[in-house]
Every structure is written in C-alpha cells, then in structure tokens.
Design a protein around this ligand. Structure first.
Ligand SMILES: *Cc1c(COP(=O)(O)O)cnc(C)c1O
Length: 296
C-alpha cells in the first residue's frame, strides 16, 4: 500500500481549447481503498509509528470522514492498532464510513462536541494518554508538519514548467502546505471547502510556509459551508461525470471543479493558462447522500 505513493500519478485531460487547458491529477486512482490525498498525509505518521515504539495511532474525524476511513485501512494493512475518535453520539450516527472503519479494526469512541473539541485541540496531552495509553496522535486531517511533508510528495508527479496554475480544494490546508514546500513556479489557487475560512495564512505559517504570495484563495464556492450542497452542485457533478467519466465527491472536488469551470466562464484565468486540478479523492463520502442523488 505505501508503495502506491511512489507510483506516478495519472494526469487526465479535461478541457483543451485555445485560451485554456484544464488537466486533472488523479490522486483518486492511487489505490482502490485509500484514494486521494489522505495516504500521502498519513505516510510520515505511519513510517514514524512503525519505526518507533508507538504501537497505536489515534485520530479524529466526523461521521463520514475520509481521513478516518483512510487511517483505518492503512493501519489494518500495516498491522497497527488504531483508535478513532468520532464527533457525535453513537446512537445518532448511522454511517457506512464508521461501519467500514470498525470492520477494518479501528476502535471507535464517540465524543460529544465539547469533549471532541477539548481532545482535538489538546492533541497529545495527558488526557489522551490517560484515556487511551501511549499513542501516536494524528491531528484531524493529518494537520501539521508531518502531514504536510507527506503531502509534499504529491508534486513529484507534476511535470515542471508545464502548468501555470495548480488548483486544489482545501480543508485543513495540510495538502496545500505540502504542495508549497516545493520551490516551483506555478501559481496556486486554493478553494476552501469551508465557509469563512480566514486563518489560512496562519495555518500555512504553522506548517512552515512563510511566503504565501504564490497562493490565492477563491472563497466563493463553499455552497453554504462544509459538506453543504445545492441542486446546482449535484447537477454539475452528474454532468461532469456524463461528459468526462470522472466521479467527483460533493464535499471537496465537486466544488473545486464547479469553481474552476465558473472562473473559466468568467474569464478569470489569463489567456493561455494551463491549469492542473487536483482530484484529491473522497468518493467514499458520497455514500452520505440519499440514494440516486448521483448518477454514479
Ligand atoms: C481531506 C480532503 C481534502 C482537504 O485536504 P486538506 O489537506 O485537509 O486541506 C480535499 N479533498 C478531499 C477529497 C479530501 O478528502
């Protein structure tokens, strides 16, 4: 599984016309189960856990978390004990994602909002140790320097001096920080999946990125907030699939591609731009949608 990080990632053409080119970096295809950016972000934590005497990985997530799902699979394949702290009450959560995590051997603990916030914000403190023993604590989404260093490997698959813009969806901003660790020329456009994300620079600074001039933020395409959706978004995703045969997720990549297409319509990219959009995976999360919402 970890060897899939070293394979070259496929790049698919989407739109090639005079004036603009859009390609897609298919991180969603790197592995049948742990697709997208999550395995990259986890990789250093996994290597470190195997290398040291941390026998257990503990991490956090919501009921449909791609991060929890990827962690559960990775730990199962590497024979690492893992604990997932899930935000919410056990009886209120009915999620295939969490069911999968349990089947893959993750020990699930539910925490109410307040406890979740306390544990999450006080990562690695005595409280976690007292409750769960000695663990390698992976912050939610792999946030932090180790996560970013893992994500920085993604750029190995992007040919140099080909693209003018790299576009990606942002949650914790760990992947973005990783991409920015490499000294390259492309402009970067970040599409936050959250509404009102106003601490992006601070997050990047914390992960060692001081020079943020390369990145611009396109904050118009959150569709109401994290994991919110509108009929327009869903129609766009279905049409995108019909046209390009590429499934998108509704939390991140659907909004990203909608945003890029809209910017193209508004002629927001300079003439001759060559854009690489990151397909960061997340397709398992589409299972939270009512049946038949998506055509794929
Ligand atoms: C987690 C996730 C992201 C966000 O990555 P960050 O490193 O947290 O910014 C983007 N796309 C998908 C599909 C994801 O699952």
């Amino acid at each position: 599984m970890l060897s899939s990080l070293k394979n070259r990632i496929k790049i698919d053409p989407i739109i090639h016309k005079k004036g603009a080119q859009i390609d897609m970096l298919r991180l969603d295809l790197i592995h049948p189960v742990v697709s997208g950016n999550k395995l990259f972000k986890l990789s250093e934590y996994l290597y470190e856990t195997l290398r040291t005497d941390h026998k257990t990985i503990l991490t956090f997530g919501g009921a449909y978390s791609n991060h929890l799902h990827a962690t559960a699979y990775a730990c199962q394949s590497l024979n690492i004990r893992c604990i997932g702290i899930v935000r919410g009450k056990a009886h209120e959560i009915n999620s295939q994602t969490i069911d999968d995590c349990k089947h893959m051997g993750m020990e699930i603990h539910y925490a109410d909002r307040e406890t979740f916030r306390r544990l999450f914000e006080q990562t690695n403190t005595e409280e976690i140790k007292n409750l769960f023993g000695d663990c390698m604590v992976v912050p939610s989404g792999g946030l932090g320097l180790m996560g970013a260093r893992g994500a920085s490997l993604i750029t190995n698959s992007i040919p140099e001096n080909v693209y003018t813009h790299l576009c990606l969806a942002v949650g914790s901003a760990t992947t973005l920080a990783g991409i920015m660790m490499n000294d390259r020329n492309e402009k970067i456009i970040a599409f936050p999946a959250l509404k009102g994300m106003n601490d992006l620079t601070e997050r990047l600074n914390k992960m060692g990125i001081q020079d943020t001039d390369r990145v611009s933020v396109c904050a118009d395409f959150h569709f109401g907030g994290f994991a919110r959706k509108t009929p327009d978004l869903i129609n766009f995703m279905n049409e995108f699939y019909t046209q390009y045969r590429i499934p998108l997720d509704f939390v991140y990549t659907g909004k990203l591609m909608f945003g890029i297409f809209e910017m193209l319509n508004r002629q927001a990219f300079p003439q001759g731009s060559r854009i690489l959009a990151f397909h960061t995976g997340g397709l398992q999360g589409n299972r939270s949608l009512p049946k038949n919402t998506l055509s794929y």
